[in-house]
Design a protein around this ligand. Sequence first.
Ligand code: NI
Length: 208
Amino acid sequence: MTFPPPHACRIDVAAGTMAGATGTYQKRLADLVGLYADAAAFAARAEKEGTRVVYDVADFRPSGAPGDLIFGVTRMSPGSIGDEFFMTRGHIHAQTDRPEVYYGQKGLGLMQLESPEGETRILEIGAQTICYVPPYWIHRSINIGDEDLVMMFTYPADAGQDYGIIEQSQGMRHRVMRDGKGGWHLVENRDYRPRAPEKIAALLQAAQ
Ligand code: NI
């Protein structure tokens, strides 16, 4: 039998990159339309800085086989649209019972988690913090610091990502905003539409 080859990938913490990645992608400001509460502030910024990279991901995908692991590094710039911090689009895993681990490398961030029933949990991630995202939780990361947020991550190779889950509820239940005192606070998202019991049941059944 030919066994899969072992790999080591070096993280450049300052640059937020990983050598030996098999794939990379970038999200530019213009890609994040619809994410922020202040649509006018977003439009004004996107007109000037639409091509600016807000976050990027480099990953290593050995295979898509159940039981295998994808791992990589993500880097997000500091900043905000109005008072709302830069954040990732966010998702639930397509195989909803698949978990994920993040490991903070640099900067200061939050992992915003939302259960299918709409409970919000916030975990703060700094360098050397390990963050566990349990099965079934919708998750998004947010840069609340004033430098790049760099994190390593790993998740099951067959997890997949469902980005539509957040659009369908018109955002996550809470928004993470500057509190005017150098910190952050949660603000209720007025557009939020709770998931119907049938949708929640379907999410639980999407686990295989
Ligand atoms: Ni994930």
